[in-house]
Design a protein around this ligand. Structure first.
Ligand SMILES: Nc1ncnc2c1ncn2[C@@H]1O[C@H](COP(=O)(O)OP(=O)(O)O)[C@@H](O)[C@H]1O
Ligand SMILES: [Mg+2]
Length: 256
């Protein structure tokens, strides 16, 4: 049965999509069967893997709403990397409003994912930068949430809001939702603030901070424009190595 991990933080630009793409590719490199679902209307995970949809193409939105149709699977990476993508595109932005009118709108994704679980070892959900209905769907469908955090002054305030949302999701839709861990992203070892934020989290919060810190690495920001994860764009770069190390932490600790 697949381990379903939502990658969420309502703050934009903290490294959710970079993590979704590079962690998916790294797990695939470690012989896992990975499904990445791009739940963000901005479609960055899709374009970052070289998949650009036309407005009428089947997408994450049709996957959520169209009962009968097969899931719109894409295979963006060359074999043997077993990565499947359900891509997104901008029509989802308008469609988020349509979702509200549906019965049990918060559990749509959870119900859609269920029959796919025995086909994959990991299902990763790249959530949008909001706590709206799409993120609620992601958190409701997941077993755990991985929280990318850029260590800066306001990071902890944002974290409180996210933890509050997670508590509400547990009460209403998904009692077993666990916190996979906090992932420090865009880490600059010369910056003392980053160390302070990590210490604060360790002191005040019970859950895991991944041993792997993702360094600020220009290769990670360049690779999406080539439609590639860093491990194919520049396998030796620090960013690619960091995401491989994160993948092994998840494989070691996350066995479900
Ligand atoms: N570790 C990193 N080093 C350098 N640039 C990064 C890193 N992680 C993300 N970025 C860049 O920062 C921007 C925001 O990252 P992204 O993953 O899209 O965040 P989010 O999905 O949370 O909005 C992107 O331009 C991305 O390429
Ligand atoms: Mg994103």
């Amino acid at each position: 049965m697949a381990q379903v991990i939502a990658i969420a933080n309502q703050k934009g630009g903290v490294g959710k999509t970079t993590t979704a793409v590079n962690l998916s590719a790294s797990l695939a490199r470690m012989h896992q069967r990975v499904l990445l679902i791009d739940c963000d209307p901005q479609g960055n995970a899709s374009s970052g893997l070289g998949v650009r949809l036309q407005p009428d193409d089947p997408s994450f939105y049709t996957f959520l709403t169209d009962d009968g149709a097969p899931p719109p699977f894409h295979k963006p990476l060359p074999p043997p990397l077993d990565l499947t993508l359900i891509p997104s595109c901008a029509t989802l932005a308008a469609a988020e409003w349509d979702l509200f009118s549906r019965d049990h709108a918060e559990t749509l994704l959870s119900r859609k994912i269920h029959p796919l679980k025995d086909r994959f070892t990991h299902i990763l959900l790249d959530c949008p930068p909001s706590l709206g209905l799409l993120t609620v769907n992601g958190l409701t469908a997941a077993q755990s949430v991985l929280i990318p955090l850029q260590c800066e002054y306001y990071a902890l305030e944002g974290l409180t809001l996210l933890l509050d949302t997670i508590r509400k999701i547990r009460m209403r839709f998904n009692p077993d939702l666990a916190i996979e861990g906090i992932l420090v992203t865009m880490f600059d070892r010369r910056n003392n603030l980053a160390h302070q934020v990590v210490n604060e989290i360790r002191k005040h919060l019970q859950f895991r901070v991944f041993e792997t810190f993702i360094p600020r690495n220009v290769r990670l920001s360049e690779s999406p424009s080539h439609g590639l994860p860093a491990l194919l764009y520049d396998p030796g770069c620090a960013g690619a190595k960091a995401y491989l190390s994160l993948a092994s932490e998840i494989l070691t600790n996350g066995g479900t």
